[in-house]
Design a protein. Structure first.
Length: 191
């Protein structure tokens, strides 16, 4: 008898929208962009919640030269894991940095200091968000949370990440699949 392999449909380059029933303060009202998803687990960044700290604070902490016009936007809360680690989610660029990984045709992730130096001098990617921390799930954990109706999945959009105001991103993602966030009930069940 053949053994059945457990396969995972990858949600890489998708959004996860926290459902009202998700009972985790780290993810309440979150929109997470999934950067990696395999049978070994998943990794993503919250893209709709900022910290009360400007990016300029990182430039100062790392001793980077910066021009006065850069670094005024706020740092994003990428998730509850490794809150001292930074990630830059940005649109694809002809420029490349030390640790850039393409996630889709138009979205990349970089975690090296060289991109911050370029952003500090207004030479970085035209659209980027700087995050501290990340979100991750062990093997099978995200699939279980999806089965429990904790998250709603939908295709991602670089326009939502980079062109929509932070506090409107979750609503815009929901609207992209015809949902009104205000109509979602915390008491959703299984169909």
């Amino acid at each position: 008898m053949e053994s059945k392999k457990h396969t995972v449909n990858s949600l890489k380059d998708h959004f996860l929208l926290a459902m009202p029933s998700l009972n985790d303060p780290h993810f309440s009202d979150s929109l997470v962009y999934i950067c990696e998803h395999s049978q070994n687990g998943a990794m993503g960044l919250k893209v709709n919640q900022t910290l009360d700290v400007p990016v300029k604070a990182i430039f100062k902490q790392l001793g980077l030269k910066y021009d006065n016009n850069s670094g005024n936007q706020f740092i994003f809360d990428g998730g509850p894991v490794a809150r001292d680690r930074g990630f830059i989610l940005h649109q694809s660029s002809e420029e490349s940095w030390e640790s850039t990984v393409a996630i889709s045709e138009d979205i990349c992730l970089t975690a090296s200091k060289d991109i911050l130096g370029d952003i500090a001098m207004s030479k970085g990617p035209s659209n980027a968000i700087v995050t501290l921390g990340y979100s991750c799930w062990d093997a099978g954990q995200l699939e279980q949370e999806l089965a429990d109706n904790s998250w709603l999945t939908m295709p991602s959009s670089s326009a939502i990440i980079f062109n929509i105001e932070c506090h409107k991103r979750a609503s815009a993602a929901a609207s992209s699949i015809g949902l009104d966030l205000n109509m979602l009930s915390p008491d959703m069940g299984h169909a």
